[in-house]
Design a protein around this ligand. Structure first.
Ligand SMILES: Cc1cc2nc3c(=O)[nH]c(=O)nc-3n(C[C@H](O)[C@H](O)[C@H](O)COP(=O)(O)OP(=O)(O)OC[C@H]3O[C@@H](n4cnc5c(N)ncnc54)[C@H](O)[C@@H]3O)c2cc1C
Length: 282
């Protein structure tokens, strides 16, 4: 289908984007890579009066180091995230999960920030951001604020972003030396996750000192499997299977054509065992 008519604003800076959004409020929408937004426009599931394109805002692109964090600009493409040495060294989970996102064409256009701001519970990166305890730097008319991952994802396709706010960059605490694994269950290659599990594990003398686990598509937002994390703290690798049995606690996945809720809960337990075992080096 052809999208409904809209005006187009190309922002040259974060301030210009915020000003355009503030002027048009709920009638405006940010466009990053357009990989999710354009299909929504074409299906007329979204019909903004104004589209604010942030594709040329240089400040929102690229990856840098900042003390004990790496900082990923919201407009950095999946392709650039995948190739980046800082990401590989300090947050390998992001690179591995990103390699499972869609296909090369989508990864060249789609952006790290767009995938997070879109907040699709089936998207791979929100659970990764939750597991890594990412912080979201957001610009609005009142200046900038930082939102922790635990507060950023509010509901299905909804984030803590206000209508006039732009996601500028995402700060990722370094997880240098931690083991990691993203396990994604999907029926065909390069498709969305039916369930996904993102795990990072800090090992110490052969046991698991600390683990963080994020679940994809197990509710309307990404979910931290806190019961698993608690069971894993200080556990020997042999304890992973028992800890993984807690993976579905507190989840409320959808039932749809890809699987019923109880099947997804079964998948969460199996994939958590696999992801944590791999991250723990087992
Ligand atoms: C065929 C196909 C397969 C896909 N498969 C997968 C998959 O397997 N796994 C997966 O995780 N994803 C998948 N995706 C989605 C892909 O990851 C996109 O990159 C992502 O959904 C959106 O990124 P984008 O940069 O294109 O954002 P856009 O489409 O431009 O924007 C998406 C939403 O986020 C908002 N937004 C974007 N950037 C900002 C910002 N900086 N500040 C505020 N709001 C913002 C927009 O207003 C819009 O609502 C797939 C997409 C396609 C087309």
């Amino acid at each position: 289908m052809i999208p409904a008519q809209f005006d187009y604003v190309r922002a040259g800076s974060v301030d210009e984007a915020v000003a355009a959004l503030a002027e048009h409020g709920d009638d405006a929408k940010v466009m990053a890579g357009g990989q999710s937004l354009i299909p929504l426009l074409r299906l007329r599931l979204s019909y903004p009066e104004v589209v604010v394109d942030v594709g040329r805002v240089e400040e929102m692109r690229g990856i840098r180091e900042d003390g004990d964090h790496i900082v990923i600009g919201a407009m950095t493409t999946h392709y650039d995230v995948l190739r980046d040495p800082l990401v590989r060294e300090h947050a390998g989970l992001i690179a591995q999960a990103t390699s499972t996102v869609a296909d090369p064409a989508v990864r060249h256009r789609g952006t790290f920030g767009g995938a997070l701001a879109h907040a699709d519970p089936a998207g791979d990166l929100p659970a990764v951001a939750a597991a890594l305890e990412a912080e979201f730097v957001v610009a609005g008319t009142g200046g900038r604020r930082t939102v922790p991952a635990s507060e950023f994802f509010v509901d299905y396709l909804q984030t803590a972003l206000e209508p006039e706010e732009v996601l500028v960059e995402v700060r990722i605490p370094k997880h240098t030396g931690w083991g990691y694994r993203y396990e994604k269950f999907h029926r065909v290659a390069q498709s969305w996750a039916i369930v996904g599990v993102a795990a990072v594990v800090r090992r110490d003398n052969g046991s698991i000192a600390e683990a963080r686990v994020g679940l994809t598509n197990m509710g309307s937002t990404p979910i931290r499997a806190t019961a698993v994390e608690q069971a894993l703290a200080g556990a020997a690798p042999a304890g992973v299977a028992a800890a993984a049995e807690h993976a579905a606690e507190g989840t409320s996945p959808a039932s749809d054509l890809n699987g019923k809720a109880d099947y997804r809960q079964h998948l969460a337990r199996v994939l958590t065992r696999r992801a944590v075992s791999a991250a723990a080096g087992g």
